[in-house]
Design a protein around this ligand. Structure first.
Ligand code: 5GP
Length: 203
């Protein structure tokens, strides 16, 4: 049986990556869909684990060959995409799949998978998001400004997602995310097999 798909988006500096890492650590039935990107790896990022890091040429080639379920130029000159192969790999493993995508990716995946559960993660304030980003120290000042500009645009489409989690306190946000996951698993379509078996059961 195919697992549930969770589409998670958030502007930069909201702690979405930490949140998703916590979810996949706690819940072994959830697997993270590793995206392709043309951006440089940050310190500590591992190819094939955080992203598949590829050149612009390779990314273009994959896009032209239709290998992506969705892709977007999230920042100028930096491309990100979810490959069909990655989705298939995780779906056939029977696990629930967690996508970390920007809102363009979110919209595309919601169109492709209307039954997916979608979650938008908000910062308690833009000032907090900015503080977290500059504290990370991995972005140039110009990149930082672009990320904050993008954050405003992204937040304005939060209502397109089925659920909203505010990451003011990590443990609470993780709990909220777990509740959404649990609730999706309690959806009737998830137990359709059991319902059929019970109706047909000979007693
Ligand atoms: P970062 O460079 O901070 O890792 O990610 C930047 C943004 O790209 C984040 O908003 C993240 O959700 C988004 N992103 C990561 N992978 C994908 C993807 O496969 N497709 C799309 N559309 N966005 C992605």
């Amino acid at each position: 049986m195919s697992g549930i798909l969770y589409i998670v988006s958030a502007p930069s500096g909201v702690g979405k990556t930490t949140l998703i890492n916590r979810l996949t650590e706690i819940d072994n039935d959830c697997a993270f869909a590793v995206s392709h990107t043309t951006r440089e790896p940050r310190k500590g990022e591992v190819d094939g684990e955080h992203y598949y890091f590829v050149t612009g040429d390779r990314f273009r080639e994959m896009a032209e060959d239709g290998e992506f379920a969705e892709w977007a130029e999230v920042y100028e000159g930096r491309f990100y995409g979810t490959s069909r192969a990655e989705i298939e790999r995780l779906r056939t493993s029977g696990k629930d799949v967690v996508f970390d995508v920007d809102y363009h990716g979110g919209r595309s995946l919601m169109r492709l998978y209307p039954d997916a559960t979608s979650v938008f993660v908000l910062p308690p304030s833009l000032a907090v998001a900015r503080e977290r980003l500059s504290g990370r120290g991995t972005d140039l000042p110009a990149d930082l400004a672009e990320r904050i500009r993008n954050a405003r645009v992204e937040i304005s489409v939060a209502h397109e997602y089925g659920h909203i989690v505010v990451n003011d306190e990590l443990d609470r946000a993780v709990r909220d995310l777990m509740i959404i996951v649990k609730s999706a698993r309690l959806g009737h379509e998830h137990s359709a097999g059991l319902v059929r078996d019970l109706v047909a059961e000979d007693v």
